[in-house]
Design a protein around this ligand. Structure first.
Ligand code: HSE
Length: 339
């Protein structure tokens, strides 16, 4: 039996406990062993939870920690401490991965444990593992992704006539949105995710601050009417273009014949171009308790299969990327057109 701990009993943390319990048989089949949640840490007074991280990191039985707290602190301090104790950490925390992912990955390597973050991009979509394992030998030239479930849910509902605030409220009620939903609707969450993807495939560290970022708050009902008239949909995209060395986040018009056109509701779609494999498309639930938790558990299993070893996550020894400005919008429309 492999003992694990969960830091933060919010939407994703609660989901991890549920997935571990409900999919015991499948986990055993994949890992060859059972997972057992020995500790849950939370700052709130919840029966059975611990509040002191030292209890967890000083217990030699704990082999993997799931950091599902979100935000930079105390997640950074706790992750640092766990990795220094040789305990692998799996996280859904894109803010922390973007800000400190390289440093934490290098600490993991130095202590023969792992730092994995599948759930930080694309919710339940196994995008990071696919890119670093199945496509590790590919030269990735381009990524265009619908990477924020909340924004896509809002845009899909606005297209159907609902107003922005009602759609946002629903996304919050469904557990899709960030604690501060400005991170979703202003595009910052998408910026972190496209920066993580660009870093993973390019061998250079792109950071959120380098992303040219525009959110969805200026989109009006008239824009949907105009888009529909031109047989296009409006989606918030994160785009990485290796040729131009650029990363940007903005609302795009997606022509009807593009595979991202029909990615709706909370679903994410990530379109990738490799030099040998050509076009790839990843699709799945981009937010929500169980899909995101499932991605965390996939990392826990990989860490548990590699106890005492470091799993290369493509996030070590990355020099800072030099980023170019994105070309002007010459489409003749209010938004860029995806081609
Ligand atoms: N708020 C995020 C989203 C959660 O809506 O996509 C998943 O990262």
């Amino acid at each position: 039996m492999i003992n694990i701990a969960i830091l933060g009993l919010g939407t994703v943390g609660g989901g991890v406990a549920e997935v571990v319990e409900k999919n015991q048989n499948e986990i055993k089949k994949s890992l060859g062993d059972n997972l057992h949640v020995k500790y849950i840490l939370d700052i709130r007074d919840i029966p059975g939870v611990v509040k002191d991280i030292n209890v967890i990191v000083n217990d030699p039985d704990v082999k993997v920690i799931c950091e599902t707290m979100g935000g930079k602190e105390p997640a950074y301090t706790y992750t640092h401490l766990a990795l220094e104790h040789g305990i692998s950490v799996c996280t859904s925390n894109k803010e922390l991965v973007d800000a400190h992912g390289v440093e934490l990955s290098e600490i993991a390597r130095a202590h023969n444990c792992s730092y994995l973050f599948e759930a930080s991009v694309g919710g339940g979509i196994p995008i990071l593992r696919s890119l670093r394992e199945s496509c590790g030998h590919e030269k990735i030239s381009y990524i265009a992704g619908i990477l924020n479930g909340t924004c896509n849910y809002i845009l899909t509902n606005m297209k159907a006539g609902k107003d922005f605030n009602t759609a946002l409220k629903e996304a919050q009620e469904k557990g899709f949105a960030e604690r501060n939903p400005a991170a979703d609707v202003e595009g910052h969450d998408t910026a972190r995710k496209i920066a993580i993807l660009a870093s993973l495939v390019s061998g250079k560290k792109f950071s959120y601050e380098q992303v040219n970022c525009e959110g969805i708050t200026k989109i009006t009902q008239d824009d949907f009417v105009e888009a529909e008239r031109n047989k296009m949909s409006i989606k918030l995209l994160g785009v990485y273009d290796a040729e131009n060395n650029s990363v940007n986040v903005a609302p795009y018009l997606i022509p009807e014949n593009h595979i991202l056109y029909g990615v709706n509701d909370v679903f994410n779609g990530i379109f990738v171009k490799g030099n040998q494999i050509d076009n790839l498309m990843f699709y799945g639930r981009g937010a929500g308790k169980l899909p995101t938790a499932s991605a965390v558990v996939s990392d826990v299993i990989e860490c548990a299969k590699n106890i005492g070893r470091n799993v290369n996550n493509n996030f070590v020894d990355l020099p800072l990327a030099e980023v170019n400005k994105i070309p002007e919008n010459n489409s003749g429309f209010k938004f860029r057109v995806l081609n």
